[in-house]
Structures are given as C-alpha cells and as structure tokens.
Design a protein around this ligand. Structure first.
Ligand code: NAD
Length: 334
C-alpha cells in the first residue's frame, strides 16, 4: 500500500480523499489544510457532488502543506491546492523526495511550468499532472476508437464544458484571474488538454471570449485547425448562476461514424455509424479520478514514469490556453 498525503482539503481535495478511500493500492495517511473546518472530513462546495462526510479517524491532520511534507509516513503527495500555489508545492514536495500527483492546471503560467520542468530533470520519483479527462472513461473510449482507425479519421470535433460560477473557492481565489487564470485556465483547459493529447498541437488557433475585469476570460470559444486534419471547436465557461448544472459534452465527426457524449443526458458514448448502426460501447469502470489514481499508483509500484500525463504535456496545455487568451485580448484591442 502506498501512503498518500493530500495537501488541500477543499472541493477537489475531498474528492480525492473519498476516491482514494476506495483504492486497494493506497492508504491516505495524512491531509493538510489551512482551514480547521476542512480537516473534519466534511464535503466542500464545488461543481460536482461529493456524497456524504468522510471519516478522518487515524489520518494525520496538518494545518499546512509544509508540515505534511515533513511526515515520513507519506510516500506520495497529491497537491490539491489553488493553482497559484502549485509551483511552490511541487518544488517543496520534490525537496521532500515524494512521488507527486499535482492537480491541473499544472501551474498558473507556462513560464512557471518551464521552471518545474527544469527542476524535474533527473528527479527519480514519479511525477504526474492530474489531467483527469485523459482518464475519464467516456473520453478514453472515444480516443481508443479514433486511434484504432476503425471509423477513419476525425474530420471535426466540438467539445464543451460549462459550470455555475465558482463562488465556493477558498478566499475567492477562483474568481481572481491573478490566482486562478480564470475559467479559461481553470475549466476550459480540461478540453484543451484532451484535444492536445488526442490530436497534438494545432497548426492554427483562434479564440473569442468574454473578458471580465479581475475575473479573467470567463467564457472562451476556441477554434483549432490542423494542417490537412480536423477543425475543432472548444468552448468553456462559468458565467452561469450556481443552480446551473455542470455540463461536459462532445461530438466528433469521423469519416465513417459520429461520436456523441453529453453528461446531462446519459453519460454514455453514442456511436452512430455510416452504415446506420447505433452503438453504446461499454465504458471502463470508475471515473477520471479513480482511474488517474490507479495509473499514478501503478507507475510508482512498477517504477516507471507517468507518461500518459507528463509534466511537459501539461505545460503545453497551459501554453495553448495562454495563446487563446492572448488571441481573445488581441481582438478586443483591435
Ligand atoms: N480535476 C478536476 O476535475 C478539478 C476540479 C476542481 C478543481 N481542480 C483543481 O484543484 C485545485 C484546487 O481547487 P479546489 O476547487 O479544490 O479549491 P478550494 O478553494 O475548494 O480548496 C483549496 C484548499 O486549499 C487549502 N490551502 C490553501 N493553502 C494551503 C496550504 N498552504 N496548505 C494546505 N492547504 C492549503 C485551502 O484552505 C482550501 O481548503 C485547483 O488547481 C483546481 O484547478 C481540479
């Protein structure tokens, strides 16, 4: 059993705690959070429901991440802190010699990401970016179908992600662009990262968006084109009132089939083939969180790098979002 410490017990830290509790490969030995109330195992607000409270009996509890990093009973650290703290805690976790799974976006800026990449050179522990959509069963299945080539090449794709305004975050950090990067970096990056993982760097990108002073680009509509390849439209935003139910969805047109998924409908992958069949392939069990944990933990046990979600690829995704934001602002200035 790998002993895991989670730094940050806000919304996603609690999600990780609840999910890791189900893992047969790990035990959560420690958690850390600045807010004493968050060390009581109670669910914290967010855009995806976490059911019930979680007992922290027998788990060491610290009032900051540095204290957790001094705990010798922690082999691997899961960094579930606000984005502007990622770089600092990645470097501190490396100094403590831990295996590291860090929440997305890897860092607040790609420049910080490059500092992390430099520091990681020669680091002999597992390092992974928690790009959970790469592990989300319906996205995994769509990617497998595309890579198999059975329905031909991708001609076009549309991906969307919409959430209620994140008023729940600690000290309001999510609604402060300086600390979060706004919806573009915090929310939309999930789909950009998946597109980059699936199709690689686009030949050209364009973007429009709604730029809210202080909060950042809160709705972004990006267009990626690939030389001789597909046209991809990706939109994301969190303009909606809190009662708006979270939605992620995609549609992809291939030469011989259309793929469709909508979290608001049934969460299945629908494959509509050109020979008039409608298939709903079986999906892997679990969700993106349990599957990314399993992959991270197996990499540690097998002593291999976490190539499916490397730091370098995560920095590329941050850089792509930065290019989109620059494009939005260039249009606004012109
Ligand atoms: N993969 C996903 O689906 C997903 C979903 C939500 C958030 N995230 C990412 O996870 C990260 C955290 O987001 P969140 O929504 O959980 O934020 P949050 O505001 O709910 O929680 C952050 C927590 O960090 C704690 N904290 C701050 N400084 C600390 C320190 N020095 N030591 C220990 N604890 C400290 C705060 O007290 C707070 O409880 C962000 O990078 C976000 O982008 C990922």
């Amino acid at each position: 059993m790998i002993k895991v410490g989670i730094i940050g017990q806000g919304f996603i830290g609690k999600m990780h705690l609840a999910t890791l509790r189900q893992s047969s490969l790990a035990v959560v030995t420690a958690v850390a959070d600045r807010e004493p109330a968050n060390l009581e195992g109670k669910a914290v607000g967010g855009n995806i429901a976490i059911s019930g409270d979680i007992s922290l009996e027998g788990v060491a509890r610290y009032d900051d991440g540095d204290a957790l990093l001094r705990d010798p009973n922690v082999d691997a650290v899961l960094i579930a802190l606000p984005t502007y703290l990622h770089k600092e805690y990645i470097l501190k976790s490396m100094a403590a010699g831990k295996h590291i799974l860090c929440e997305k976006p890897l860092t607040r800026t790609s420049a910080e990401g490059k500092e992390v990449l430099d520091a990681l050179k020669g680091y002999d522990r597992v390092f992974m970016s928690a790009q959970c959509i790469r592990f989300w069963p319906v996205y995994v299945e769509a990617r497998n179908i595309i890579l198999s080539g059975v329905y031909g090449k991708v001609l076009s794709a549309q991906l969307t992600r919409q959430s209620g305004k994140p008023t729940w975050s600690w000290q309001g950090w999510l609604l402060d662009e300086a600390r979060s990067g706004g919806a573009a970096l915090d929310l939309h990056i999930h789909d950009i990262d998946f597109v980059n993982y699936l199709l690689g760097t686009p030949g050209h990108l364009a973007a429009t968006g709604a730029d809210i002073p202080g909060e950042g680009i809160s709705q972004i509509n990006a267009l990626y084109t690939y030389d001789g390849g597909p046209a991809v439209a990706v939109d994301g935003g969190w303009f909606h009132p809190g009662v708006f139910p979270f939605r992620m969805a995609f549609r992809m047109e291939l030469e011989k089939a259309a793929l469709e998924f909508d979290s608001r409908i049934d969460g299945d992958l629908h494959v509509y083939t050109n020979d008039e069949n409608h298939l709903t392939p079986a999906l892997l069990p679990g969700d993106g969180y349990s599957r990314e944990h399993e992959y991270f933990l197996r990499c540690i046990l097998d002593g291999r790098p976490a190539e499916e979600a490397s730091a370098a690829s995560a920095v590329e995704s941050v850089a792509l979002v930065e290019q989109e934001c620059a494009a939005v602002r260039a249009i606004a200035r012109s």
